[in-house]
Design a binder for this molecule. Structure first.
Ligand code: ADP
Ligand code: MG
Length: 671
């Protein structure tokens, strides 16, 4: 038996100083650490399609013969590409293959040689295309199933794969010591650790791979449960003074609407957390979960009211400046009449304003401070901070979140999220939190009609948008990118496919199309002040059409907007589309959401079709998880920011219960 935990990764053959350094940076020190980097996904490189039956716009493997000699071509902008054609059979249609910025590849392919290509197959005006595919000479193809690893800093997926392969070729499954207590392993009939690790890296069989995953997921859940349980048994951790009961009537009266019964229920739960007379009194650790538009802000305001009336300070923190400003507006107008001071702190707060905020922070007076994560970068230690509300918490990176939690441990915490997270994932993200759910939308909400259209119907859609604007309403036009990337522009140019619409270009063309109206542009690369100005103008109705990237996705509230058009809708994750769509249908008027896509992919169209029929965030989350796996759940933006544990990929709640029970028993026996 080899103890892999004692073996430094530098002992693997082929690990030089540079690789060793990159590994250390990625937190991989021992061979066991390396083997615990699991494939993110598996690519099926089995060539199973004839070219004309192959699904478009998704990755496929095709074995093809090179039929024209590679040549280097230049695009009008002077970028170099290597192009050649290949065919599956002599009389089957040619596939144009192109690589960008890798001119040396011109010598890598020879007419008459066969390769397995693996890449996204698209069809443009000029026929079939594959851009920068993976390729192997046919006599050198490895397995049909390729493990794809996450990229970690300077370590590419391929490099990690190589290292793991090298390591596994020098050991046997039985060399890997099992970390679970044998009794636990037997009780749940789990695969031995060594076998599971071999199988997950080099799958041999579907059923075995599932067993391997189950085993490794169990490990994570077991360890997680152990830690949680140890924490729970350490009694005195988060004790805070209990607050006095507060008459909330003035607050309720100040609200512009009666609370829904779901909001009342959630507020009562929070009130109980804060004011219960049970001793010792634990700090509130509550997650308020509710679909977009369910009215979480009002509930948070209630919690803040209680804290402030008890003489404390309350923070409410939002992931973006736009959202922070909006909360600031809402809360100032609500609390203004109740004689409660509300201040705003963001990255663009002036030095002078900051000084004032600092003064207020060290004074013992009650205060509501709204802000972005700038709140937690502020060094001033606030006097009497008793409540921290975090909105749309999953949007914060893991690091920010940890910072936040570590500084906020002895305070009451309310976390709000509109993303209906699959349960296993929630257990990791929100471990140890109590949960309140807003399962009811405020009355009078209009249902949103969602349509799916091809780009050819865009002009008709504009006509429709114009009608809405004439009726006094406003519209969002969402584009996936600020500018398309160089590679995307090249792809488009070479294949003759429809343009991927960038927000900047779109705004320009809409200014011409909607001459009589005001068109605003909003994207993440703009200065905070400019962003706020545009958002303000849109909120006030001065701007009728807002062209935006996904920065409007979180929380923004303009009830008068009744249309949202989403360009290249297939580029977004479903959770993201759901969030976006939640920006409309917020007022009393009927709203429309229009997805525009030129995609021909069955899969992509199927997913969008689903969205046109379903408006239930939880159902969408489930569907998305089924379709794409959790890696994509938060959309591409989140990649790397959120290292998902393997356990989040399991939908098996019972496994979590088993692990948790075993952990408790294990600790009992340890005593
Ligand atoms: P979210 O849960 O997405 O954060 P918000 O708190 O922004 O939702 O509320 C969405 C909209 O619904 C806001 O315009 C808010 O004023 C309104 N709203 C909230 N609660 C109620 C209610 N009980 N009755 C009517 N409108 C409400
Ligand atoms: Mg909100």
């Amino acid at each position: 038996m080899i103890n892999l935990n004692e073996m430094p990764v530098s002992s693997i053959k082929g690990v030089g100083a540079k690789t060793a350094e990159a590994l250390t940076k990625a937190g991989i020190n021992t061979c066991l650490d390396l083997l615990r980097v699991y494939p993110r996904t598996y690519e099926d490189r089995t060539p199973r399609y004839l070219i004309d039956d192959a699904p478009l716009d998704c990755k496929v493997a095709l074995v093809m013969r090179v039929t024209t000699a590679p040549r280097v071509a230049y695009t009008p902008t002077g970028k170099r590409i290597v192009r050649f054609s290949a065919r599956q059979r002599e009389n089957s249609p040619a596939v144009h293959i192109a690589f960008f910025n890798q001119t040396y590849l011109a010598n890598a392919f020879h007419v008459g040689s066969d390769y397995r290509f693996y890449g996204r197959l698209t069809k443009g005006n000029g026929g079939y295309f594959m851009f920068s595919p993976a390729y192997e000479p046919i006599d050198a193809v490895a397995a049909d199933t390729i493990s794809v690893y996450p990229t970690m800093g300077a370590l590419s997926s391929g490099k990690i794969a190589k290292l793991i392969k090298m390591l596994l070729s020098s050991i046997l499954p039985s060399d890997i010591e099992d970390t679970l207590p044998e009794s636990v392993r037997r009780e749940h009939l789990l695969m031995p650790l060594g076998n599971a690790i071999f199988e997950i890296h080099c799958p041999t069989d579907k059923v075995l791979l599932e067993k391997a995953k189950e085993r490794l997921v169990f490990d994570e859940l077991f360890e997680f449960s152990l830690n949680a349980e140890r924490l729970r048994r350490r009694e005195d951790t988060d004790i805070v003074p209990s607050m006095n009961k507060v008459d909330t009537t003035p607050f309720i009266k100040a609200l512009p609407f009666p609370l829904t019964s779901a909001q009342k229920r959630a507020l009562a739960e929070i009130e109980n957390d804060l004011t219960s007379t049970l001793q010792p009194h634990r700090a509130m650790r509550r997650l308020l979960q509710g679909d977009v538009g369910s009215g979480k802000t009002a509930v948070a305001a209630g919690a803040i009211y209680i804290a402030v009336k008890n003489g404390g300070k309350a923070y409410i923190m939002a992931p973006t400046e736009i959202l922070a400003c909006q909360h600031y507006e809402t809360l100032s107008s609500l609390f203004g009449g109740l004689d409660i001071e509300v201040l705003l702190l963001t990255g663009s707060t002036t030095a002078k304003e900051r000084r004032k905020i600092r003064e207020r922070l060290i004074s013992p007076d009650p205060l509501v401070l709204v802000g972005t994560h700038a709140l937690f970068e502020e060094e001033t230690v606030p006097c009497n901070l008793t409540l921290v509300v975090t909105d749309e918490q999953h949007r914060f990176g893991v690091n920010q979140r940890e910072k936040l939690l570590s500084r906020a441990t002895v305070r009451n915490n309310l976390v709000m999220s509109a993303t209906p997270i699959p349960r296993t994932l929630a257990m990791f993200l929100y471990a140890g939190l109590d949960v309140s759910i807003l399962d009811e939308l405020p009355p009078g909400r209009q249902e949103i009609s969602t349509l799916l259209i091809p780009p050819s119907k865009r002009e008709r859609m504009y006509g429709f948008i114009e009608d809405e604007i004439r009726a006094g309403h406003q519209a969002y036009i969402i584009c996936p990118l600020v500018e398309e990337s160089e590679e995307e522009a090249l792809e488009r140019e070479v294949s003759g496919k429809g343009a991927l619409t960038s927000a900047t270009e779109m705004a320009e063309s809409l200014k011409k199309r909607f001459e009589k109206y005001s068109v605003g542009l909003l994207h993440g690369k703009m200065k905070a002040n400019d962003k706020n100005e545009v958002m303000d103008a849109f909120a006030k109705g001065e701007v009728q059409i807002l062209v935006s990237t996904t920065v409007v996705e979180v929380g923004v509230n303009v009830p008068n907007a009744t249309v949202m058009a989403i360009e290249n809708a297939d580029r977004f994750g479903l959770a993201q589309l759901h969030q976006l769509r939640g920006r409309i249908g917020r007022g009393k008027d009927k709203s429309w959401c229009i997805f525009i896509t030129s995609s021909k992919s069955h899969e992509a169209l199927g997913r969008l079709e689903f969205m046109t029929k379903c408006s239930d965030g939880f159902k969408i989350a489930e569907y998305d998880l089924e379709q794409r796996g959790p890696g994509d759940f938060f959309g591409e933006r989140q990649h790397g920011e959120l290292q998902l544990p393997l356990a989040s990929t399991t939908r098996d709640i019972s496994l979590f219960q088993k692990a948790s029970a075993s952990a408790k028993r294990f600790l009992d026996e340890e005593k």
